[in-house]
Ligand binder design. Sequence first.
Ligand SMILES: [Zn+2]
Length: 316
Amino acid sequence: MSFQVEDTVIERGKAHRGWVEIGEASTHTVKMPYIVINGAKDGPTLTILGGVHAVECTPVEAIYRLTDSIDPVELSGTLILVPVVNTEGFHARKPYHNILDHLNQNKVFPGDAEASITKRVAFHVFDKFVSKSDALIDAHSADIGEDVTRGIFIFKTENRELYRKMVELASCYRPALVETTNIAGNTGEAVNVYGIPCLMIESGAPYPIREADVNYHYDGAMNVMKFMGMLDGEAERSTPLIDPPSERLWAKKGGVWRRQVEAGQRVEKGASVGVVCNLLGEVIQVIYAPTDGIVSFLRVHYSVNAGDTLLWVAKA
Ligand SMILES: [Zn+2]
């Protein structure tokens, strides 16, 4: 079957790169890039999004590598790639928000075609691509000042079959852990609106892009496609740790965060994982691992304020 985006028809066995026009800003037209690889054979449709948060560039790189490596002749079904959803944030290199209306792209799904630009972007992502998909992967990394590696979020739903599908797809990655989160204007709205499984992948730091995290995104997506029958070959599956208890460690006072661990690192209960010093260099807080576990989120901003999260440790 051919795949259509607005007036563009992409026949079976063909790939197409194009733009969806979102709306006019004062000085330019806001556009969103997409790549459709329409396989020669019948099969399911998978959408992968990057750049919902515009400086989370690791998955964007993985998406370009997927584009280069997938031959439509060998694909069953249709792969839709949107490398950069929030293009306004991307060129401005701004975390989280679209600079035109200061909204967070991952809080406005399913969007609105007549509202401001961020909501229009969300509308077009859902309307043009996600509504025609059997599964959605929304690929993120940590944002500015943060670091994560090998994480996945899946979404709370009463539909147990759909939840099971999300766990199955998550097992196509090699996550350190999988966490279940609420559907709240994020891309998880696809679970409610279209009844399809959605994964929100979290791996990488904005800069520099680490090869291991690009590979996590790329290998996981390739495995998902094998699992869904879109590519030949057996999917390699893992047995992910789901919703382990985890603890947030935070700064009691402001100062500098002199961490002693990396994202994804294993820690032993009672080990020092970093200290907060005042600006005179005096230690004001020593942070100890509360449990044997994994650093599932790490602040890498050096400057911290009272109440800032320093890290999360998940029991593992
Ligand atoms: Zn993000």
